[in-house]
Design a protein around this ligand. Structure first.
Ligand code: FAD
Length: 602
């Protein structure tokens, strides 16, 4: 047996903390090593040629490369072996960059650890056997989870490429948070006007099956062949029969909080969340209804001309197979009640950014008039507090919510456009306007619309008569600031949507330290996950504005189509096996839902 060992300097990435010459020399003494070399960039064309020439010259039959993570270049080096007629699986990669040089500054220790890893790899390499790649068929349908703008865009893109797509949305309508927004920065175009044509298209598209009130409850299988169970909750109204006539509304005796309007207006137990909702059908909220099981009130059913109400509807489990999955489960605002120092929940006129979106909207509870929730008066001064719960590692979220500088500026502008003589004050830590035309939007607000920006952190928000006292520090002048406002709008942080962790664990997806779904690579594979065939889009992966969300959704869709367009897929030949002599049969692997390993076990 002849093994070739190749150590990469990776520029100075590896060479600065590992004595590469030393390990190359020592490797020459390891059993079966026929040649051992170092090169500046082993992944480069000349680096690959070096290995190819050695395979010919030394008649090598196994290769060990000590370089970066196999996630970066395993495929590169496998193809080097293939080009020279070797089986691509007789390659062993030793990760001396991420596992050694990047996490260590002591050259002696780095060299010692690299040598230990390299020695292990050479011994392992001697045991490696050629493997054969397997081919599996592909189911040419896609699943998109989450019907916000990310899921809508992904579903439309996949469906338009000709593939049947199931869009699963857990609420009664698609649209997500974008449906609650009034106008969108930086163009101030109406959110519903650009969203609802896409929602209608989803409904009409022959290749899209929309399942509202539904959630994925189990995922099995692997790329090209996922088996998914979807739980569909009852709407108690037959979608196809409901004509939206509204005859049921006056007879329903229940008054409940309207979630779409952030609780600022009432709704009935039977309702449609907003006029453009898709599916365009009423729904009965079983928690609000006087009683479905046992049936207590049937007034809506009695007046329903098209006989659309069905109290016998039951939850159902739908089982389907898909070739690829896009996860677009979105975000939730940071729980505002956690930010007690800003008075939400105790001071009536302290509201959240989403509350403000509904108040300022023509379709909202005040029909677009900006009025204080406490007394319905027009506020003369409104303070917008950025980073409410963000960039605050000691108490709240450590990271930037990315969109709140922009939407607070939008909110201030909207206020000035309605209340011309009013005063709009933005309290900010830093203004972050990285996006096309975003800086110009902010400059316009500050200069033309006279929105006041105070660089500082608010420490306290207190009730003071019928006004609100805001205390803080102007960090540019160093002086303390105390000012009165009639209304305060909190730009709350962004967190993963409820259930993201559970959803991720159903599919074996990793989440990052903040709970967002982790990408396969943050820069090079931003829409892939570690599980082949499952892609991610939108704010499920982290805070994002609409343009970034939509482009990511299209990216995920095109990746999914890359799989769906194939009749067969080559799957990894390296698979987990069970060593019966060691297995304790505690089924921990099953409990951890190691589907892919299990499917291929034995
Ligand atoms: C106050 C405010 C103002 C904003 N203004 C602007 C603006 O002017 N311009 C701009 O570009 N951006 C703005 N944004 C950001 C914008 O809201 C987001 O970029 C966009 O909504 C992200 O879309 P999404 O599809 O990723 O997530 P979402 O809108 O959160 O949609 C996710 C969808 O997935 C569903 N879902 C969640 N979990 C599941 C599950 N397990 N199964 C099935 N379905 C599930 C949810 O019900 C929801 O429908 C603003 C945000 C806020 C808070």
């Amino acid at each position: 047996m002849k093994i070739g060992v190749y150590v990469c300097e990776c520029g100075s990435n590896i060479a600065s903390t590992v004595d590469v010459d030393k390990i190359v020399e020592e490797a020459k003494d390891l059993p079966n090593v026929a040649v051992s070399r170092v090169y500046k960039y082993m992944c480069s064309d000349p680096g690959q040629e070096l290995i190819k020439n050695d395979i010919d010259e030394y008649n090598l039959d196994k290769i060990v490369v000590a370089a970066c993570s196999p996630r970066m270049h395993e495929a590169t080096f496998r193809s080097v072996l293939e080009d020279k007629g070797l089986n691509p699986y007789v390659l062993e990669i030793v990760n001396i960059r991420e596992h050694v040089s990047w996490v260590n500054s002591d050259k002696d220790k780095g060299t010692e650890k690299s040598m230990a890893l390299l020695t292990g790899a050479v011994y392992r390499s001697a045991l490696m056997k050629p493997l054969e790649r397997k081919k599996v068929g592909v189911i040419h349908t896609a699943l998109v989870i989450g019907g916000g703008i990310a899921g809508i865009q992904a579903a439309l893109d996949i469906a338009s490429m000709g593939y049947k797509t199931t869009l699963v949305e857990k609420t009664s309508s698609i649209g997500g948070k974008m449906s609650q927004l009034d106008k969108t920065f930086p163009t101030l175009d109406c959110s519903q006007c650009i969203l609802s044509p896409k929602m209608v298209e989803v409904n009409r598209h022959p290749n899209i099956k929309l399942l509202s009130l539904s959630e994925v409850v189990a995922v099995d299988g692997y790329v090209g062949n996922f088996k998914v169970k979807i739980k569909r909750n009852p709407r108690y109204v037959i979608e196809d029969k409901c004509t939206l006539c509204g005859d049921c509304l006056p007879v329903c005796p229940v008054i409940a909080h309207d979630e779409y309007n952030q609780g600022f207006s009432p709704r009935k137990a039977i309702y449609i969340s907003y006029p453009q909702a898709i599916p365009a059908s009423f729904i009965i909220d079983p928690d609000d209804c006087l009683g479905i099981n046992p049936l207590i009130c049937t007034k809506c059913k009695e007046v329903c001309g098209p006989e659309a109400i069905d109290f016998d509807m039951q939850p159902e489990i739908i089982e389907k197979e898909f070739g690829a999955i896009v996860v677009a489960t979105g975000y939730a605002p940071y729980p505002i009640e956690n930010i007690g120092e800003y008075g939400y929940g105790t001071i009536h006129d302290v509201i959240s950014g989403l509350d403000y979106e509904r108040i300022v909207s023509a379709s909202g509870p005040t029909e677009g008039k900006i009025l204080r929730p406490s007394d319905g008066k027009i506020p003369e001064t409104v303070v917008f507090i950025h980073c409410a719960g963000s960039r605050d590692p000691s108490k709240h979220l450590p990271y930037c919510s990315k969109i709140c500088c922009m939407y607070s500026t939008k909110h201030a502008l909207q206020y000035k456009h309605v209340v011309h003589n009013g005063t709009a004050i933005n309290f900010y830590i830093d203004i972050r306007t990285a996006g096309k035309d975003y800086e110009e939007f902010y400059q316009r607000a500050a200069e033309e619309d006279k929105v006041i920006y105070i660089r500082g952190k608010v420490s306290e928000v207190l009730e003071d008569g019928d006004q609100i006292l805001i205390k803080g520090v102007d960090t540019l002048s160093g002086e303390t600031v105390e000012l009165h406002a009639d209304m305060v709008v909190l730009a709350t942080g962004i967190t993963p949507s409820e259930g993201t962790k559970e959803m991720a664990s159903l599919m074996n997806l990793a989440v990052d330290i903040n709970g967002f779904i982790r990408e396969a690579h943050p820069k090079l594979k931003p829409v892939d996950t570690a599980i082949a065939g499952i892609f991610i889009a939108g704010t499920a992966t982290g805070p994002k504005d609409i343009p970034d969300t939509v482009s990511q959704a299209s990216g995920a869709a095109s990746k999914a189509c890359g799989i769906l367009s194939q009749d067969e897929l080559e799957i990894e030949a390296t698979v987990a096996i069970v060593d019966d002599s060691l297995c304790l049969e505690v089924v921990a692997c099953v409990l951890k839902r190691a589907h892919i390993a299990l499917l291929r076990c034995k």
